[in-house]
Design a protein around this ligand. Structure first.
Ligand code: MD6
Ligand code: FE
Length: 217
């Protein structure tokens, strides 16, 4: 058995894994595009900084959030919703860069969804210990469109369950460059991210970056 951590036997290519009906992982799909993705996220961050939003219950979310596109996801004491303006800057969210539109479209197509045109792109930054509790993405207007979720930086465990919070969850390890796409019968499945373990990755140091696309408006 070859236990070399730097085994390149996949020739730097991508492969697809199935999580359940209508949910897949495009493994290593974006691993070779780190530099352009990093520059893209830094440019968005310069206009709309990462911030920790408050929940309706008064808690502060452990993942820091920014976004781009026509709609951004916001949370405050009034609850969750999509907003055309960034509450921090009181400006519209930065435009969704063409590279992100293209990537989202390509990944959705790989999963069998043609003509994916997301209008919201959320970017989350997780430091060690940060997590996202099980939830459904249900604030969007269009549930026929899939969610495309890109993992960058340090590894994480993505939890994918069912339609009930109490359903058993599958643990999906997600690494730098992996893309999860879920839609169809799995679109409303509960999902979350386990607390990030301490690690280092050249992409963003100790942090994990997650980019998710939706059709929100
Ligand atoms: C992830 N993120 O970080 C999964 N959902 O791998 C999400 O499920 C998510 O990052 C709603 C809003 C932001 C998110
Ligand atoms: Fe989510």
């Amino acid at each position: 058995m070859n236990l070399d951590l730097f085994d390149l036997s996949n020739n730097g290519e991508s492969w697809t894994e199935t999580i359940c009906d209508d949910a897949i992982v495009l493994r290593q799909y974006l691993a070779s595009r780190s530099d352009e993705l990093l520059a893209t996220i830094k440019a968005i961050e310069a206009k709309a900084p990462f911030r920790h939003m408050k929940t309706a219950g008064g808690f502060t979310m452990s993942a820091a959030l920014t976004g781009c596109g026509d709609y951004g996801w916001v949370s405050d004491r009034r609850g969750y919703r999509y907003s055309k303006t960034d509450p921090l800057t009181e400006q519209p969210w930065p435009d969704m860069p063409e590279i992100l539109r293209e990537i989202a479209r390509e990944c959705a197509l790989k999963a069998g969804y043609s003509d994916y045109q997301p209008d919201a792109c959320l970017i989350n930054r997780y430091v060690p210990g940060a997590k996202m509790s099980l939830h459904q993405d249900k604030d969007e207007q269009d549930f026929t469109a899939p969610i495309v979720s890109i993992s960058l930086g340090v590894p994480a465990t993505f939890l994918f369950g069912g339609l009930q919070r109490s359903d058993k969850t599958i643990k999906v390890p997600v690494m730098h460059g992996d893309v999860v796409v879920w839609g169809g019968t799995s679109r409303m499945f509960f999902h979350g991210v386990s607390a990030i373990k301490s690690a280092y990755h050249p992409f963003w140091g100790e942090s994990r970056i997650n980019i998710t696309f939706r059709v929100a408006g």
